[in-house]
Design a protein around this ligand. Structure first.
Ligand code: COA
Length: 347
C-alpha cells in the first residue's frame, strides 16, 4: 500500500483473506436510566424492559463529539492490535450522525495521525458497521490495502424527539472500532456475507430533512438545510427484522454448509431483546450463545455490533477461532449478515 489510499498491490495467494484482529470502544460518561426517562415522558422501567430489554443508555454531552468518541475507540483498537496509526491504509466510519455532513472520518484520521490512511464515512443506519466491515474486506481481500479500521459510531440522542416516548427510550450513543488486516485465504475471517436494501420501505424509519424554504433570488427558492427528529413505525420495523434477519442468516449458513449448532456466537444488531430472542429461537441457539448488552446501552445504531464484540472479547467470551453469525438491520430499509471468525491479535 502506498500513501493515502493509493493502491499498489494486486491480489496474491498471501492476501485474499481478511482477519479480524482487535477492537476497542468508547462511551459517553452519562448513563440515563429508564426511571429517569419516566420523569420526562409517560413511560416506565417495566414497560421499556419488557418490550425492549433496555435498562439504560448513554447520552453524549456537548463536549463528547462523534469525532472524540470514534477517535477514542480507534485508539483502543489500535493499542490492542499493537499497531501504530501510520500502519493504517483505510479508516471507514459507519455513522448516520456525523459531526460534519461532509464527513467525520477525516477528522478521526487527523486526530489519530493516521497519515497513510484514506478515511471516509459510510451511511447505512444500523446496518452501517456490517456494511463497512464488508466494504473494508473488499479492499483487503483484493490485495489493494493491508490494514484498516472499521468504526461504528452514532449519537442518535442528538436526533431523537425527547418528547416522543416511542423512540427516545430506544436509542443511545457510543462508538467502537475493529482493526482488520489482509491475511492468507486459509485464515480468512469474513467467511460469507449478504447485503440488502429496500428503499420502497424507507418511510418506516427516517431522520429526514425538514422542508423549510428560503427565497434566495427572484424566482429561486432553496431549501434550508436541517433535519427532523427520528420517526419510526415500530411495529413495521419489528416485523421486518424478525422476517429478514433469519432469512439472511439462513442463506449464510446454507451457503457455507454451516449448522447453527456450529456457531459460537449470535451477534445481532442490538435493537430489541425480543428480536434477539426470536432470531435465536428460529435457529435453536441457546441464550448463553446470544450476545446482548441492550440492558446497559440500548440501540447505539452503527455502534452496537462492534461495541458488543469489544465487550465480549474483553471479558473472554469471544476467543480466537470463534465462529460468529452477525446481522445488522435498520433504516433504509437496509439489512445484511456476515459469518465471521474472530482471529485476535497476531503473536
Ligand atoms: N412507554 C409506554 N408506552 C409506550 C411506549 C413507552 N416508551 N412507547 C409506546 N407505548 C405505547 C403505545 O403508545 C401504545 O399505546 P396504545 O396501545 O395506547 O396506542 C402501546 O404502547 C403499544 O404500542 P406498540 O407500538 O404496539 O408497542 P410494541 O409492542 O410494538 O413495542 C417497540 C414498541 C418500539 C418497542 C417495538 O415495536 C419495537 O421494538 N420495534 C422495533 C423498533 C426498532 O428496533 N427500531 C430500530 C431498528 S434499527
Amino acid at each position: 500500500m502506498g500513501t493515502n489510499g493509493v493502491a499498489v498491490a494486486g491480489s496474491t495467494a498471501e492476501t485474499n483473506g481478511m482477519a479480524l484482529i482487535a477492537c476497542g470502544s468508547a462511551l459517553p460518561a452519562i448513563s440515563v436510566s429508564n426511571q429517569q426517562l419516566s420523569e420526562r415522558v409517560d413511560t416506565s422501567d417495566e414497560w421499556i424492559r419488557t418490550r425492549t430489554g433496555i435498562g439504560a443508555r448513554r447520552v453524549a454531552g456537548p463536549e463528547e463529539s462523534l469525532t472524540l468518541l470514534a477517535t477514542q475507540a480507534a485508539r483502543a483498537a489500535l493499542a490492542h492490535a499493537g499497531w501504530g496509526p501510520e500502519d493504517l491504509d483505510l479508516i471507514l466510519l459507519a455513522t448516520s450522525s456525523p459531526d460534519d455532513l461532509f464527513g467525520t472520518a477525516p477528522r478521526v484520521q487527523g486526530a489519530l495521525g493516521a497519515t497513510n490512511a484514506v478515511a471516509f464515512d459510510l451511511t447505512a443506519a444500523c446496518s452501517g458497521f456490517l456494511f463497512a466491515l464488508i466494504t473494508a474486506g473488499q479492499y483487503l481481500r483484493s490485495g489493494t490495502m493491508r490494514r484498516a479500521l472499521v468504526i461504528g459510531a452514532d449519537q442518535l440522542s442528538r436526533w431523537v424527539d425527547w418528547n416522543d416516548r416511542t423512540t427516545c427510550v430506544l436509542f443511545g450513543d457510543g462508538a467502537a472500532a475493529v482493526a482488520v488486516e489482509a491475511c492468507p485465504a486459509g485464515e480468512n475471517g469474513l467467511l460469507a456475507f449478504r447485503m440488502r436494501s429496500d428503499g420502497s420501505r424507507h418511510g418506516c424509519l427516517t431522520l429526514a430533512q425538514t422542508a423549510e424554504q428560503q427565497p434566495v433570488l427572484s424566482g429561486v427558492t432553496a431549501q434550508l438545510g436541517g433535519f427532523s427528529p427520528i420517526r419510526m413505525n415500530g411495529q413495521e420495523v419489528y416485523k421486518f427484522a424478525v422476517r429478514e434477519v433469519p432469512a439472511v442468516l439462513n442463506e449464510l449458513l446454507e451457503a457455507t454448509g454451516t449448522a447453527a449448532a456450529d456457531l459460537n456466537w449470535l451477534l445481532l444488531h442490538q435493537a430489541n431483546q425480543r428480536i434477539l430472542d426470536a432470531v435465536a429461537d428460529r435457529f435453536a441457539i441457546p441464550q448463553e450463545r446470544v450476545l446482548s448488552n441492550l440492558a446497559d446501552y440500548g440501540n447505539t445504531s452503527a455502534a452496537t455490533i462492534p461495541l458488543m464484540l469489544d465487550e465480549a472479547v474483553k471479558d473472554g467470551r469471544v476467543r480466537p477461532g470463534d465462529l460468529i453469525a452477525s446481522s445488522g438491520f435498520g433504516a433504509g430499509l437496509s439489512w445484511g449478515g456476515a459469518l465471521l471468525r474472530w482471529a485476535g491479535p497476531r503473536g
